[in-house]
Structures are given as structure tokens and as C-alpha cells.
Design a protein around this ligand. Structure first.
Ligand code: NAP
Ligand code: ZN
Length: 409
């Protein structure tokens, strides 16, 4: 049984779009966000992507939530677009911030469909697409478009687009003006430029988190040139933090985790850290003063940062990728005397995202995940907020749907 609401919205007639499709004009409807298993022998339901169409999604109607099933509209497939059937989508803490409208600088437009760690199977491509063909596996991270012409975009730093990158959700779509919807949904239409190639043989569910958590922690390590035997600290052992530990260990850096959770100390070592220090351990904080080449803070809330700035060596940098609201607790004199820097960093460019996905595939680096069904999302949100995720939830968007061996990864 399929949801009868999953109908094609014919939208305006766009014959020119129809003529550019290379494959997959009639597509099998993906089952399941409503939790109903599809029969393997069910007849494929045609979806005409020559016009806008509706797809099932999981999102929230207001900041007080909860998330639930809804329908959203996807744009018609343009010549440079790829249509993806979503297989897996990671749950990033940013999804929670955005769904709950917690970022004053980036207010949420409702309905909000989060999700920016997306792995999908290509169902159809526009006529000008060269990077993908139907059947390929593609990934979508935090961005789906950018101006493409500014200095940042020309330098492969679309995330810093001076005209504003189009984020995967809660951004005005440059093509339609309507706000974007993320990967907690059955289908997405994304420009091929923003779809990442997923190497064959990858564990697809555990690769999804690389598309945000991976690139967000890899990019500062690249920019600040974290090298072997350098000492790096990872503050906060959650989704971003645990991948940061794996990435830093792969570079043969010496990793220290700073955690508020005594139960994560052993995990930190298992993930590749030499040491795990509780924030409350004042002796350790003293012992580690002036020792670090790089610190990466993944903590979602603001906190007094000076005790961590004190851990940096002369000229070293604490890169904040976590809290995106007003920062607090910095001492000007201590920063000046130690010529220490506090920097921010947001995800990474598309080329660098491809790089981290390939880098991790080559080294078998993947996220530690808990695979859940779409209707477990609200419970998962609560567990993330309570620091109780080990270490990334990934939604099995197509759960129940028969899969090929490639899709199972
Ligand atoms: P997460 O899975 O919830 O992990 C955050 C970890 O920080 C927690 O597991 C916890 O680790 C620690 N923590 C949480 N609340 C804390 C508090 N009040 N005080 C001290 N420590 C706390 O979140 P995530 O998905 O990794 O995302 C982390 C942050 O990065 C979010 O704010 C997200 O929006 C942001 N983000 C930014 C970018 C970017 O491009 N800059 C990209 C993605 C995400 P312990 O238990 O070890 O203390
Ligand atoms: Zn994210």
C-alpha cells in the first residue's frame, strides 16, 4: 500500500524540460516514510519529473515540533539536475537547531524538513549532466547551490559564497525562490555540481555522516595543516567530535578528547585518542596548558572558552565549529600575550567534500552509527540533545524497501 497522497503534481507544462531528460522519466515510487512496507512485486508508480512533483518527507510545522510525515514539493528536473531516491540521512545537531529555530541569525521557515547528510540512488539525470547516470550512488551535504561566480566560489569555497550559499534546507532555492527541504525525505532534486560521488563498496549508511560531520572537521585540519605528531584537542565527543578523532588519528596527530561525559572516556581511546580529559579535571587542564597546536570545538552551546584557549601553544588556534550563537568567556590579555587565535569554520567546499569522502573510503574511515527508522527521529533528537548518541544517528529512509547489494553497501 502506498500513500495515495504521493501523487504527481503536474505543475506548469514544461515540454523543454521533458526533452532534456536522459533517463528515468517514469520512476518507481520509493515507499515508506509513513512506515508502510512496500511489496517487492508492487508495480512501479510513475513519477513525471518534467514538472514539480511532491514527495513524502519527515519534518516539523513549528519550532515546538514534533517532526512528522508531510508532503513537500520538489522542482522539475533541470538539465543540470540529478533526481535522487534517498536511502540514508544522518541526523546532525544542526538539524535540531534549525527545526527548533534556535539560530537567531538563521531563522527557520516552516515547514522545516532537515537533513544534510544524504546518500541516495540516482533515478534520473537532466540532459546536460555528465557526472552521474541512473543507478549511481550520490551524496548531498549541507549545500545544494551557490552563486558560482564570486571569489569564494571560484576558489572552491562555495560554503563561503559571498552571495550566500543555498543550504540543503531552509534556504531560498535559486531556481524557484521557494525554501529548500532536506534529506529527511524520499526524493531530492539537486544540481550535479553539488552531488558527491560515493566510491564503490562504501558502507553507505556509515558514509552519510561524512557529508557534514566529516567535512566540517576535515576542513580545519587541512586549513591549519594538522600533521603527524602535532597535538590536537577535540572538544565534545558527539557526531562531529568522534569523526574528528578518527580523522586526526589517521593523520598520526596526537589526539586528546575533552568531554563532559565520563562514560565516553573509554570510547575516546577506542576511536583513536591518546587521552580523554573531563572538563571538570582541573589538574589535567593545568598540566595541558600551552601544549596544543590545534583545538576543534564541536560543542553546540556557548561556554566559557578561555580555559581551552589557555591550552594552546603560542600562535596556535582554537577552531570553533560548534556553537554558532554569541561566544563567551574570552580574555583579551591572555589571547594577546600568547598570540592565540580563535577562528570559526563552516563545513567545506564541494571539492573538499569529495576529497574527504574519497580519503575516508581509501582508509576505511566511517562513522559509528545507530540506524533508525524515520518514525524514531523525535526520540533520536532527544538523545542527541542529552549527549546520548554513539555517535551518529542515521535514518534508514527507505527502510522496508527491497535493496540491491550496492545499496546495502
Ligand atoms: P552532537 O552529536 O550533539 O555532539 C556535541 C557534543 O558536544 C556532545 O555529544 C557533548 O559531548 C558535547 N556537548 C553537548 N552539549 C554540551 C554542553 N552544553 N556543554 C558541554 N558539552 C556539550 O552534535 P554534532 O552534530 O556533533 O554538532 C555539534 C555542533 O556543531 C552543533 O552545534 C552543530 O550545529 C554544529 N555544526 C556546525 C557545522 C559547521 O559547519 N560549523 C557543521 C555541523 C554541525 P561530550 O559528551 O563529550 O561532552
Ligand atoms: Zn550538519
Amino acid at each position: 500500500m502506498r500513500d495515495p497522497r504521493d501523487h504527481h503534481d503536474p505543475g506548469p507544462a514544461m515540454p523543454e524540460r521533458r526533452s532534456v531528460l536522459k533517463a528515468g522519466v517514469a520512476l518507481a515510487a520509493a515507499p515508506l516514510l509513513a512506515g508502510v512496507a512496500a511489496r517487492a512485486d508492487a508495480a512501479p508508480k510513475p513519477v513525471d519529473v518534467g514538472g514539480p512533483f511532491s514527495t513524502r518527507a519527515f519534518g516539523s510545522a513549528s519550532a515546538s515540533g514534533p517532526l512528522g510525515p508531510l508532503q513537500v514539493k520538489r522542482r522539475a528536473l533541470g538539465p543540470h539536475d540529478v533526481l535522487l531516491d534517498v536511502l540514508y540521512c544522518g541526523i546532525c545537531h544542526s538539524d535540531i537547531h534549525q527545526a527548533r529555530d534556535e539560530w537567531s541569525a538563521l531563522p527557520t521557515a516552516f515547514p522545516c524538513v532537515p537533513g544534510h547528510e544524504v546518500i541516495g540512488r540516482v533515478q534520473a539525470v537532466g540532459g546536460a549532466v555528465t557526472k552521474f547516470k541512473a543507478g549511481d550512488i550520490g551524496g548531498v551535504g549541507c549545500m545544494v547551490d551557490s552563486c558560482g561566480t564570486c571569489e569564494s566560489c571560484l576558489a572552491d569555497r562555495e560554503q563561503n559564497c559571498v552571495n550566500g550559499a543555498t543550504f540543503t534546507y531552509n534556504s531560498p532555492d535559486r531556481a524557484t525562490g521557494e525554501h529548500t527541504f532536506g534529506g529527511y525525505s524520499e526524493r531530492m532534486v539537486v544540481s550535479e555540481r553539488f552531488v558527491i560521488r560515493i566510491p564503490p563498496g562504501a558502507d553507505l549508511a556509515a558514509t552519510a555522516p561524512l557529508l557534514c560531520a566529516g567535512i566540517t572537521t576535515f576542513s580545519p585540519m587541512q586549513h591549519w595543516k594538522l600533521g603527524p605528531r602535532q597535538r590536537v584537542g577535540v572538544i565534545g565527543l558527539g557526531g562531529l567530535g568522534h569523526i574528528a578523532v578518527k580523522l586526526a588519528a589517521a593523520r598520526k596527530a596526537e589526539v586528546t578528547v575533552f568531554t563532559t561525559s565520563p562514560g565516553k572516556v573509554a570510547d575516546a581511546r577506542r576511536l583513536g585518542a591518546q587521552e580523554a580529559v573531563l572538563w571538570s579535571d582541573t589538574d589535567a587542564m593545568k598540566r595541558l596548558a600551552n601544549r596544543f597546536d590545534l583545538l576543534i570545538s564541536t560543542v553546540p552551546e556557548t561556554y566559557p572558552m578561555q580555559p581551552f584557549m589557555d591550552l594552546l601553544k603560542l600562535d596556535a588556534t582554537l577552531v570553533n565549529v560548534g556553537a554558532l550563537n554569541q561566544l563567551q568567556g574570552l580574555n583579551g590579555m591572555a589571547l594577546a600575550f600568547g598570540r592565540k587565535s580563535l577562528a570559526g569554520s563552516v563545513i567545506g567546499g564541494i571539492a573538499e567534500t569529495q576529497e574527504v569522502v574519497d580519503y575516508c573510503a581509501a582508509r576505511n574511515i566511517k562513522a559509528d552509527i545507530e540506524l533508525i527508522r524515520p518514525d524514531d527521529v523525535n526520540r533520536a533528537f532527544e538523545r542527541v540533545v542529552n549527549k546520548d548518541v554513539r555517535y551518529r544517528f542515521v535514518i534508514d529512509v527507505a527502510s522496508g524497501k527491497p535493496r540491491s547489494a550496492t545499496e546495502r553497501g
